[in-house]
Design a protein around this ligand. Sequence first.
Ligand code: MOS
Length: 752
Amino acid sequence: MTDAATVASARDPLMGKWGALGQPVSRLDGPLKVAGAARFAAEVTLPGLAQAALLYSTIAKGRVARLDVTAAQQAPGVIAVLTHRNMPRMGRLPRLVVDPDGGAFSDLPVLQDERVHWNGQPIAVVVAETAEQAEHATTLIAVDYAPEPAATDFEALLDTAQPPPSILGRPAEVRVGGDAEAALASAPVRVDAIYRTPRHAHSAIELHGLTALWEGDRLTVHDSTQMLAQTKGTLASLFGLPRENVRVLSPYVGGGFGGKGLWNHTILCVAAARLTGRPVRLVLSREGVFRTVGARAASVQRVALGARQDGTLQALIHTGATAVVSHNAFPEQFSFPARVFYAADNILIGQTKVDLDMVTNCAVRAPGESIGTFALESAVDELAAELSIDPVELRRRIEPRVDPIDGRPFSSRNLLEAYRRGAEAFGWSRREPVPGRRKDGEWRLGMGVATATYPFYRRPGAARIRLHADGAAQVEVAAHEMGMGTATVQTQHAADRLGLPLDKVTFAYGDSDLPVSTVAGGSSQTASIAGAIIAAHRALVDELLRAAGNDSPLSGLTADQVECRDGGLWRRDGSGGETYQAILKRAGRDELSAEAEAPAAKELQDFSMHSYGAQFCEVRVSDITGEVRVNRWLGSFDVGRVLNPKTASSQLRGGIIMGIGMALSEEVLFDPRSGRVMNASLAEYHVPVHLDVPPIEVMWTDIPDPEAPLGLHGIGEIGITGCAAAIANAVYNATGRRVRDLPITLDKMIGG
Ligand code: MOS
């Protein structure tokens, strides 16, 4: 058994000896999905189901002066029209990043008055017999607005930027050493540049949607969410219900990437069901997702590096601002990578924000780290060029020994090992150091590299394990499966933990009635659930020993003296034991179960815990059109012990594909006059398609982090980090042109 105080311990038998873990097990939910048998939130059928559609504001700020719904109400199939006049009264939402029990990425009240806060805000809901009737009736609503001046132009308002109270609980500004600006000014070699990143949309394949059913004062919501407990808690408080009266079901999620939380449409659908007395389904159109669901904040970042001739840093400065709204607390933590990457004598890191009247920003695909690494890792490449030092070698010279900000030890940091292995596998030594020299017809070729990183998080949560009389087990956690492999990997974990074959273990999840767990966010789910399963397993062993009784060979033993293997509990000294079946049978029990919470994540206080990686790519750039194509990719990661190489590869590869999109094509365009999203469709917001994606090789050090449960790190988000810089650096190597403004589109590659 493991140490009671922590979930990670050298004494955890699974730190060294795995069975199902480490195997490339295919996703257990795969066959259901490929066969079309998995029912997603908006596919749940209920008798009497009605459909809802939204009408969106067309001004950024002001009031609805006139709202005439008469024609809509009389349209075919229409059951009801909800506006601020008949919407149930409810308070402001809690802020998600502040209140762990609930909340949303915007704390504005939903449809409570005639105020308009952003262009695209829902101002009416139509409920009808069919989705088409509801959609049509929204077009019959007549609206007049009284517009007011709105803050919609990020660049124009940069001088109004203010520091937020904190960056996810960490100070907005940090300084190490002395005056970083003075150290920069006196440095022999300097890079000082501004980098820009636009707003990015999650673009999950599955649109946001839910089906809501009221039975008296009990509410059941079939939602597509990565935040079961928060959705349950928030709906309970908004609709004045005891928590136990709300059940949120979300067994399948067709992609989340930070965007599948609680938004206006969730609340409006539940309210519509309450007002009409019918079960109601609401599926946002793709346009509706762009108008009402948050996306990644745009940023303007400055990175300044002051170096000696040998590359060591006198000064590291990373500052800048993000485009956010006053009604949320999510800053887009682009300054986090600079807090862990490099040793420098003087460090200045700071983030500010500009509050705009626009659709809110929120967590998107490694928020912060993905855009922060673009600026920082582009600048390091610029410095390497200035110094004529290979960029991989430069990073070796400025690798820190301890956390550069607070001096804590790293729990596990093998970045240089990831670089060494990655460089060799990629053939980095074949890179031509002088830009623009490698040509192939109209194409110029270049290689680029950048560091990837993502923090390790482990959050509170519980798990329950049920052991049945037939010797099979069910693990129960209110977890989320958005296609990452969560259910599969935790089944592997529980099987090894219990000493059962994989097919004797099931993992129940996606239901808020199960033991409360964490959000599927911050790449924290796997470690959090693993910690809870370790705790629940420990409690289960105690239960088994109690149940075994005096006639058992286990009689009188403590948990430390037994181990779980071969479908039972056996004495560690090898002198016997019993199968689970035998224990339950003698005890006359059909089932034995135990539930426990993971202990608090003390490791996060004691250690600086992060994942790392080295992203290598080769690009080609057309001399004629300026088109950038990615030829090949290799990501070499240091992400602790990898539990399932198949699902891990897919996670890392998927992240890299998003990184290619971020580098070359993805950009939400606002009209700065109206604050309206101008490309609210996947026809005009360009994510990578198959032809944009080259062969992607991924590898990992597989070095366990001794402070993490099972030695693992989360891998959901690190894949995207570093990618945009690797591509920008490769573009520079190919052409000698440095693009500091994402995405790297053709117009930025041709002309002056
Ligand atoms: Mo992730 S952006 O925390 O889903």
